[in-house]
Design a protein around this ligand. Structure first.
Ligand SMILES: Nc1nc2c(ncn2[C@@H]2O[C@H](COP(=O)(O)OP(=O)(O)OP(=O)(O)O)[C@@H](O)[C@H]2O)c(=O)[nH]1
Ligand SMILES: [Mg+2]
Length: 131
């Protein structure tokens, strides 16, 4: 039973980022199917959505904000039980979002993957800085 739980936990990949950073859009691209909540309305994802992706349970999460403490508490639990964190950071707000996300992951000994969204909206200076 415990072994089963550890195995399940170790196969979770959690998509994490601020509201409207493009998490659900990335989930849709990786999953190959839409969950229908990729909109420009902040907080459009209100609960976790999962799919099976490359031997893992890929989880789309509600965006980080400071308003809904229940969602935030659940996020901390999910971060704790995931083996991989997929960070989603807008290229247009790269340094600021990465800095604010850091406290969520600094104590996490996991694989971290970083996806930069909104690269189409980045300034040429920003793009050359990031590359
Ligand atoms: N221009 C541009 N728009 C994007 C990009 N990625 C996502 N979007 C748009 O940004 C909006 C928000 O995207 P979502 O994928 O819903 O963002 P989210 O992080 O899931 O948002 P919440 O669930 O509300 O936290 C949608 O209208 C997307 O079409 C991108 O790389 N470039
Ligand atoms: Mg979403």
């Amino acid at each position: 039973m415990l072994e089963e739980k550890i195995q399940t936990q170790s196969l979770n990949s959690l998509i994490l980022g601020f509201e409207s950073s493009g998490k659900s859009t990335l989930f849709t691209k990786l999953a190959g199917r839409s969950i229908g909540n990729e909109t420009n309305v902040k907080g459009s994802t209100i609960h976790n959505e999962s799919t099976y992706f490359v031997n893992r349970n890929l989880i789309d999460t509600p965006g980080i904000n400071n308003a809904n403490s229940l969602i935030q508490t659940k996020l901390y639990e999910d971060i704790h039980s995931a083996s991989t964190i997929i960070l989603v950071v807008r290229g247009t707000h790269f340094a600021e979002e990465l800095e604010k996300l850091f406290p969520y992951i600094e104590k996490a000994t996991k694989m971290i993957l970083l996806f930069v969204t909104f690269s189409d909206k980045m300034s040429p200076e920003g793009k050359s800085f990031a590359s």
